[in-house]
Design a protein around this ligand. Sequence first.
Ligand code: DC
Length: 430
Amino acid sequence: MTYHAIAIDGPAASGKSTLAQTLAERLGLVMVNSGAMYRAVTWKILTEQVDPADTESVIRLLNITDIRCGHEGNVSTIRIDGIDPSPFLRKPEINANVSTISAIPQVRDRLVALQRDYLNRTHVVMEGRDIGSVVFPNTAYKIYIDADPSVRDARRSDDGEIDSVSKRDADDSSRKTAPLMVADGAAILDTSDLDVSGVVAAAIQILGRQGFPMPQNAPILPNEEPSTPMRWIYWLCWMSFGAAYRTLFGLRIIGDENLIKAGPVLIASNHQSFLDPPLIGNLYKTEIVYFARKTLFSGIGAWFYPQWNAIPIDQEKPDTSSMKSAIRKLKEGWRVLVFPEGQRTFDGKISEAAPGIGMIAAKAGVPIQPVRIFGAYKALPRGSGKISLSRITVKVGPPILLSAEEFKVYSNKEGYLALTERIMMAIKAL
Ligand code: DC
């Protein structure tokens, strides 16, 4: 049997262990924390009172030390001369010396062989610094996770640990053997603004794109909405619009169970009225990203629209910079609302789409959520300032999750058009 390896690399406190552990549980793999192996060897060196800087003595001790790696359930285990060192591995003296020990090539050779040996027995999700580059360079499933240094420092001190994260990163990245780096083919995931379920959702989407065989019928996509509070101005508008929609327009939402609440999502909706953006924003309890006409960003608009996470767009001509901003926001884990038609309908019917959404969807590689609005055209049609109190309904369709093969097909201009068409058909079908 061929076993699969998911490689997760990244600097200290970027969230590797939490992600690897959750993936192991959801996808049925063994989680191997390779850092714990380097820590275990460091523990042995310090326990035997060998100076970590004395490389020859370290190697001599290593050669007479028995190291056994295994797993219990989803979690890897390690014994050093019969002892389980796990309770000692996060002590300050280990944090302070592990980079020195892990820079010794002989230490790495020994541990890399043990890490590779897991794949003779089981599927693994292994996290570390060189998993995608050295340990399993041929695996197709690679994620490099990162987070702002200040966020990582805060995570370590929240855990009550004394650890110089930046010094360790500098040492781990500058060493000669197997330095920390983004492996060939790895997808980069920035976790600075994401909570755990957001990170897991984004990672599962990446793995799906990389072609990882997902277990069928398993609830693998976490769907709890993140708890990040809204900024006050966003909240004020969100709440007022929400109340107005419910009371004045009897807002009805159909297909709520299809709504992806966690992780990045490209929301694709038809466009009937000025009422639409906050209408879609009200499907969620946290902020989303919108597009707004470039001309609106003047005067008070220059202050107001950024409060709504609005990306300025030039409606007169194809605007690549706004598309790039949308792709960047999606890669950062946001939900971005796009009206593929580009402008409000003139007659209430769904009109032709511009090809932009296909390109955004293909390049960002996130799930696409088709949504259809009914009744907003009647409530506030284009060209009329008159509001009529008719019912508004929003239908949420099942997400479109593209396979690795489909991404290949949708990777050029023709592909973007085909994907745009597919998205429009999904909206029309609602
Ligand atoms: O992931 P961690 O912070 O527990 O790792 C501890 C140290 O081990 C890290 O500073 C560098 C080293 N390490 C390594 O060199 N290669 C790996 N694959 C994993 C960890």
